[in-house]
Design a protein around this ligand. Structure first.
Ligand code: 1GP
Length: 245
């Protein structure tokens, strides 16, 4: 299979759609139906993860996906314990918007010897939390302060520093179920300042919002929470994204 990072960077103009699965929030039947809808609508990636995984269902969830489709599975881990070797790739996230050393490098040191022995594509990713109006789980769990939504300059400088440090992706996240997605002007400014692909997630719950994020500069939009509530969003968002020039 083509390395996952190459499939992200291959066609720089193409916008991509990732469905985030929190394994705790799906039954087996629910997952099978989600996978079918995702295949029918050409979803580009499954991201698997969550800040808190309550039931250790990560591995079973990934196996089920791999048995039923060829959509690449990318780990989006909330902790070094959330690693499953059956995924195709891992976003090796460093929480560069925060100043918690564990999230910047500590967890990575713990995960490194294990990851060294896997065949997963390891994608260094600068992960930036953006304030979305109210506290989110990831903020609380990571014990970090998000970048204020009105401070585009901080976001730009953080993303530039991430790229200069060698990160291959920048992921700006308003947090799962955020009231407000990452502001359009911030996406635009950050996109103008970096050359690595930009992922935007958190609070995208309609095709219109996905479109705003893509047109502002997102290369990949991630939707989790809203799809858990309404899988019909998959065809709607997928079609909207495909039609963006
Ligand atoms: C959360 O970016 C992801 O970390 C997706 O957010 O669940 O709000 O879609 P939602």
């Amino acid at each position: 299979m083509m390395k996952i990072y190459e499939s992200i960077t291959n066609d720089k103009k193409k916008k991509q759609f990732a469905v985030l699965i929190d394994p705790d929030n799906y039954t087996e039947d629910g997952l099978i139906s989600l996978i079918k809808t995702a295949v029918d609508n050409k979803v580009d990636f499954f991201f698997i993860g969550g800040s808190l995984l309550m039931n250790q269902k990560n591995d079973d969830c990934i196996r089920l996906i791999k048995r039923n489709c060829r959509i690449p599975v990318i780990l989006f881990p909330g902790d070094s314990f959330h690693i499953s070797d059956n995924a195709d790739a891992i976003l090796f996230l460093s929480l560069i918007s925060g100043r918690n050393p564990e999230m910047l490098i500590g967890k990575h040191v713990i995960a490194a010897p294990h990851l060294k022995n896997t065949s997963m594509d390891i994608i260094p990713t600068g992960y930036m939390l953006i304030d979305s109006g109210k506290p989110t789980t990831v903020q609380y769990m990571s014990n970090t302060c998000p970048i204020p939504a009105a401070k585009n300059d901080i976001a730009v400088c953080t993303a530039m520093a991430g790229e200069m440090l060698g990160m291959k992706l920048i992921y700006m996240d308003a947090g799962s179920g955020a009231e407000n997605h990452v502001p359009e002007s911030m996406i635009r400014k950050v996109k103008e300042s970096i050359s690595v692909p930009l992922i935007i997630g958190g609070g995208i719950d309609s095709p219109e919002k996905a479109k705003i994020c893509c047109e502002a500069g997102a290369d990949i939009v991630v939707v989790g929470n809203a799809i858990e509530k309404n899988t019909n969003l998959i065809p709607e968002i997928s079609e909207t994204i495909r039609n963006i020039e």
